[in-house]
Design a protein around this ligand. Sequence first.
Ligand code: ADP
Ligand code: MG
Length: 225
Amino acid sequence: MNDHYIIKAESITKTYHSGRTIIKAIDNVSINIAKGDFLMITGRNGSGKSTLLHQLALLDSPDSGAIHIEEKNTTKLHEKGRMEFRLLRLGYIFQEYALIAELTAIENVMLPAMMLESIKKAKRKAFELMEKLGLEEKVNRLPSELSGGEQQKVAIARALINRPKIIFADEPTANLDTIASKDVLDIFKYLNQKESITIVMITHEPEELAYAKSKVQLSDGRIVS
Ligand code: ADP
Ligand code: MG
């Protein structure tokens, strides 16, 4: 009955302690995200966007509240269960790509698949994905030998390799020029429309909001619109 929503977060709170100051980064936020949504999160610097995304993507756990993903109460999972859940269902893309500098592009892409299947299979899947993203000539390059846009596409391929249901992206175009930014957004649009992947993305750029199906604005750790 509830499976219209792929993510249901109820009253989540996350507090950071820095010396004597207490920062309520996320203050009692509830949010339901529909299956197939392309949701963009906006808000000023320090409004809690990255903290919220980390909680929703299970990279961190809230102090209180509950996060259900595909009907599963993830708050009840232990570290190992959470890691497995993430590996099988969720993809995460960082602003700074977060590629492993010592590994080639294809090795970076293969990594999450190698935790689930043979190296041979992982490599074949990685190559197919990279080909689809126009990276077939770059497979053996190191991240330092790629442009920012190419590095972000490698990071996207890595996030896609285990066929996630949801992709989370934290300002994925912030370090890219206009053309590379459009490339990345068009890939997200394709994944959302043709492969039915739910996208949850943080953006700073008002013009990127045109890609969104829905929007949420944060201010001081709360949803304001
Ligand atoms: P945004 O992504 O919207 O810029 P963040 O979620 O990164 O906001 O940060 C929200 C608030 O929490 C800010 O005041 C920030 O300084 C603080 N914060 C974020 N991460 C940490 C941390 N690891 N330790 C202490 N404070 C943090
Ligand atoms: Mg941030």
